[in-house]
Structures are given as C-alpha cells and as structure tokens.
Design a protein around this ligand. Structure first.
Ligand code: PMP
Length: 316
C-alpha cells in the first residue's frame, strides 16, 4: 500500500515541497537514528473554523528535555518551532484533525561528537489522522515478551527516534499473535506502558497508573487525564507500580496518548477485561477528553492553543 504523502513540510527554516525534505544517507539521522521528536494533535473546530493544538507548551518542553537528555546541541528554539507549526498548518489548509511531528536531528557530525563538530537540523511534518477504531470498540492487547528499556539503557523519558526501534519487535510480535497492541513490562517486571500510550487500570474502585519512574515516556495525555479525573470527577489517580497479573483481574484497563487518545482495553492476553465492553471510567474519560479537544472557543480548556489563521499571522 502506498502511503499518502503531504504536499509540503517545514524543513530547516522554510516550507518546502515534500520531495525536498531530504538528509544524506551518511547523516547520523539515517545511520543511527540520532533525533528527538514530538507528536502533537491539532483538532479542527468546524464551529470556529480554526485549529487547536493540544498542550503545545508541554510538547515543546518535552522536546527540549529529550534533546537535553540525548545531548543534541539544537539551535532551533521553541518560538521558531511554534511559528513554524502555525505556518505549516495554515499552509496545508486542512479542515480536519492533524497529527504534527516536529523533529530535531543531527545533520552533520558523528553521533558522539560535541561542540562545533555537530550541526543539528529541524523539520516538521503534519498530516490528517482519523480517530482509531479502538477508541470506540476497545483494544485487544498482549503482554510483550520484550521489555521496556530502563533509564540506564535508553532513557524512556526522552522521546528519541532510535528508542522506537525497541517498540518495533513488540509491535510485530503483537500483530503476529493477532493483538492490536502490546503492553511492555519494565526491567523490574512491572507494567510500563503500551507501544505508544500510557496504561491505567481501575481495580476495586481505585484508578491506578504506573509512576513516571516505571520506565515510561512521561506522557502528556496521562497528565491531562489525571488532571481531568481530579478536577471534573473528584477522583484522584494512584501512581504506583502495577503487577502483570493486576491487569488480569482489573475491572477496567485503558490506554492514552496523543495519537491514541483514550482507548479502552477489552482483552488482555486472551482474558476478557470486565464484561468485555469498555467500562464506565474508561468511556467517561474517553468521551470527556475528546469533547475537550474538540470544544469550541467558549468552552476551550486552557491546554488548547488556537492556531492563528494565515491572515491573522501575516497581517499584510
Ligand atoms: N508512551 C510512548 C512510548 C509513546 O510513544 C507515547 C506517544 N507519544 C506515549 C506513551 C503517550 O505520550 P503522549 O500522551 O505524550 O502522547
């Protein structure tokens, strides 16, 4: 199947035709995947005829934290990237929800070089994304035979391109076994996360998620969901280690992430979760999260940033 490509991208300072977004095969980006990146969603509000980015500041903060951890001497700053994201969304002109992918990478210099021997580059790709079926139907997951890397191997809190090699085998394994996604255990054997989403369980009335020190990416959606549960439902989320078999006896399991949004898990390692249908906590969080992301200006939560229209952005 050929993937549909956007016509343009933002590449080192300018919007260029898709075919001009190239790096050399001998760059460290191509050889060893030396990059850090973010995945944001921009929701199209038909009512206001504008795009709204979810948690833009938190995504940029994590991007630069990833660059700091991975020691990429980046010189493209956050305000340049913000303007570039606005510019790209306006230039694409899609009236539908988008996924936005800013990436910082090593363009020249060897992978452990430092100082002036390294030159970094930046690019942003954005394209429409449909909502995953699993948000409605629920996902079927397995526990991977692969482990999530620890902070001593490949720091999970850095969203580094190369780190995603470690999700490739778990995903292939899950698909070969007929599951939608894999949940990975960490080096201590407790639950870490899915291949692109944080994991929550509901057990005997408690809502529980692994702590930030459990070998997880510090998911921004996880933070928004914790906040939403506290402020809108008066429910506090317990952050503690979760054993594998707690997933087998949980009343509900759900996953969340920017791209995934909130997805109930209805089956784990061939065991039905609850009664096999998305449970009340999962569906309430899923619906409320989606409603916030898609809300019109008046009801917009503070974590949405309206993308200026091209007219507003370029007054002349
Ligand atoms: N874990 C991993 C490994 C991910 O790639 C993602 C997606 N960025 C998440 C969790 C969810 O993070 P976020 O809510 O910030 O999108």
């Amino acid at each position: 199947m050929t993937e549909k490509r956007p016509a343009i991208l933002w590449f080192n300072g300018a919007i260029v035709p898709w075919d001009q977004g190239t790096v050399h095969v001998w760059s460290e980006l191509a050889i060893r995947g030396v990059s850090v990146f973010e995945g944001l969603r921009s929701y199209w509000s038909a009512e206001d005829r504008c795009h709204n980015l979810v948690a833009l500041d938190l995504h940029l903060k994590r991007l630069y934290e990833s660059a700091r951890i991975m020691r990429l001497p980046v010189d493209t700053d956050g305000s340049t990237l913000t303007r570039a994201i606005y510019e790209l969304i306006a230039a694409l002109g899609h009236e539908e929800h988008l996924y936005v992918r800013p990436t910082l990478y090593v363009d020249s210099g060897r992978y452990a070089a430092s100082g002036r021997d390294v030159v970094c580059g930046a690019y942003i790709v954005a394209f429409p994304v449909p909502r995953a079926q699993a948000t409605l139907m629920g996902a079927r997951c397995c526990i991977s035979t692969w482990r999530r890397a620890s902070d001593l191997t490949m720091p999970p809190r850095a969203k580094a391109g190369a780190a995603y090699q470690a999700f490739r085998l778990p995903l292939i394994e899950a698909q070969q076994r007929g599951f939608d996604d894999a949940i990975l255990l960490n080096d201590r054997g407790t639950v870490a996360e899915a291949t692109g989403a944080a994991v929550f369980i509901v057990r005997d009335g408690d809502i529980i998620t692994p702590p930030a020190t459990s070998g997880i990416l510090e998911s921004i959606t996880r933070g928004l969901v914790i906040d939403l549960l506290r402020t809108e439902y008066g429910r506090s989320v317990i952050e503690r280690e979760i054993d594998r078999t707690e997933l087998y006896v949980a009343d509900e399991i759900f996953m969340c992430g920017t791209l995934a949004e909130v997805q109930p898990v209805v089956e784990i390692d061939d065991l039905v979760v609850g009664d096999g249908a998305p449970g009340p906590v999962s569906t309430a969080v899923r619906d409320r999260y989606q409603a916030h992301c898609e809300s019109p200006v008046g009801d917009r939560p503070t974590w949405l940033t309206a993308v200026p229209t091209s007219d507003a952005h370029h007054p002349d």
